[in-house]
Design a protein around this ligand. Structure first.
Ligand code: ZN
Length: 293
């Protein structure tokens, strides 16, 4: 039987509503969106806590409220962020929110991300031929990655290994070899389009360059994602290569599709996957495929 496809809905990141007005911010909006994405086929929801004005919201209570609300509405698996430009000089502090949430089964996240390297996060304006935010660096020291992996394992949280380039994948493979990350390892292949130059291009060539270096001797599942680009254009290729999909309006407003809601983007991804012969995994099937407790 052909492997089922896991759909992770990436519903908000730190996107504002200037481009797509449907980005969910509040706990109720996030829970409502998660339930609708679940109905359309998503089995995992990735979200960032936001204030009512869209600014980043931090803290255990905020995340606990969102997770409880999501779980009261559906059985979708929960994947909160660690936060944006957190201070890498305090790695334990950076994951304290997630590991504290894990102390209570009602709020324990099913997943948490580990970006397995550091990246420049400037934006490039091709029109004016200039960089903006040239100082922005997302730092993830290797000692930090080790600490995250150990603490997540202890807390019963499955890491999502976010790889932005082949070097990240190689480091993740070393972490699997070291026993820091259990198999099957769950990768997010993060490509970038538009103003963000730091990842592989969100094209079949960019994706295949990643996949060529996934550890062949390990049990691995991977999902594709395009920051700043239309992931649906890679949905058929991803489905045929045996991958999973992580679509959502958090990473791209989909202006070219008339600014759809998250659940509509999920529906389009599901349609393409099915056309390529892939049925969609339920949350329970996703648990089994990714080896969740
Ligand atoms: Zn995120």
């Amino acid at each position: 039987m052909t492997k089922k496809m896991i759909i992770e809905a990436r519903i908000n990141e730190y996107a504002m509503r200037d481009d797509n007005p449907h980005v969910p911010w509040t706990a109720d909006e996030i829970a409502e969106t998660a339930a609708r994405c679940r109905e359309e086929g998503a089995s995992i929801v990735h979200f960032h806590a936001r204030n009512p004005d869209g600014s980043p919201l931090h803290g255990v209570d905020a995340y606990a409220e969102i997770i409880r609300k999501i779980r009261s509405r559906s059985d979708i698996l929960v994947h909160p962020t660690l936060g944006w430009f957190a201070n890498d000089d305090d790695p334990a502090g950076r994951i304290a929110c997630v590991t504290t949430l894990a102390c209570d089964p009602a709020t324990r996240p099913d997943f948490a991300p580990i970006d397995t390297g550091s990246v420049n996060l400037e934006s490039y304006d091709a029109e004016s031929r200039s960089f903006h935010h040239g100082e922005r660096v997302y730092i993830n020291r290797t000692t930090t990655l080790e600490l995250y992996a150990r603490d997540f394992k202890r807390s019963g949280i499955k890491p999502q290994l976010v790889t932005w380039a082949v070097g990240f994948t190689r480091r993740a493979a070393a972490m699997i070899e070291m026993g820091l990350v259990d198999e099957p390892a769950w990768f997010l292949v993060n490509m970038t389009e538009g103003a963000c130059l730091t990842g592989h291009p969100g094209t079949a060539a960019g994706l295949k360059a990643h996949l060529a270096f996934l550890p062949a001797n390990r049990k691995v599942e991977w999902a594709s994602n395009v920051v700043g680009g239309n992931l649906l254009e890679l949905a058929d290729t991803t489905a045929r290569l045996g991958g999973h999909l992580a679509p959502g309006i958090g990473d791209h407003p989909y202006l070219e599709l008339g600014c759809p809601r998250n659940e509509e983007v999920v529906r389009m991804a599901v349609r393409t996957a099915r056309a390529a012969g892939r049925e969609i995994a339920s949350p329970q099937e996703t648990r089994e495929m990714l080896g969740l407790a």
